[in-house]
Design a protein around this ligand. Structure first.
Ligand code: FES
Ligand code: FES
Length: 166
């Protein structure tokens, strides 16, 4: 039986075992390769996406729990031509080294900023505590998230249901 998944505003009928982790469906069925496979065990955060505004580890979330729910991946935050505030800030602050952890970092950060547009460093560290970066760019990542929060606030941007701002 097909499961209906709403990803970045588009609805897809997915014919897969309902126990399939969302991460595999995103990457293998929908060609959305932003979310990364790191550990597959819910321990690294590289597969993070948002489900209705909450940061969710897609490697341990079966699609049967997601029917009709609003899923946002890093691709939903902006495009190469028009990067969203978080994407632009990560570029501006040169927050990526290898980049593998960055989509997951951005999704945890997006979920945070939607709830708390002016987070303290402690708030950011708490929100990203499940995201690991092996390259150690943590300070630049913190700076990028602070910067994105400032940009969103000064532009008076509102977040929309698919996680984009405008
Ligand atoms: S791949 Fe999902 S937490 Fe590591
Ligand atoms: S930039 Fe390489 S793992 Fe974070």
């Amino acid at each position: 039986m097909a499961i209906s998944l709403k990803v970045n505003g588009a609805t897809h009928q997915i014919d897969a075992d309902p126990a399939t982790p969302l991460l595999y469906v995103l990457r293998n069925d929908l060609a959305l390769n932003g979310a990364k496979f790191g550990c597959g065990l819910g321990q690294c955060g590289s597969c993070m996406v948002m489900v209705e505004g909450e940061a969710v580890l897609s490697c341990v979330t079966p699609i049967m729990l997601l029917e009709g729910r609003e899923i946002t991946t890093v691709e939903g935050l902006g495009t190469i031509e028009e990067p969203g505030p978080l994407q632009a800030a990560f570029i501006e602050m040169q927050a990526a080294q290898c980049g593998y952890c960055i989509p997951g970092m951005m999704m945890s950060a997006q979920a945070l900023l939607q709830k708390n547009p002016a987070p303290s460093d402690e708030d950011i560290r708490d929100a990203l505590s499940t995201n690991l970066c092996r390259c150690g760019t943590h300070m630049r990542i913190l700076a990028a998230i602070r910067r994105a929060g400032e940009v969103m606030q000064s532009a008076g941007m509102k977040t929309t249901t698919n996680g984009r701002t405008g």
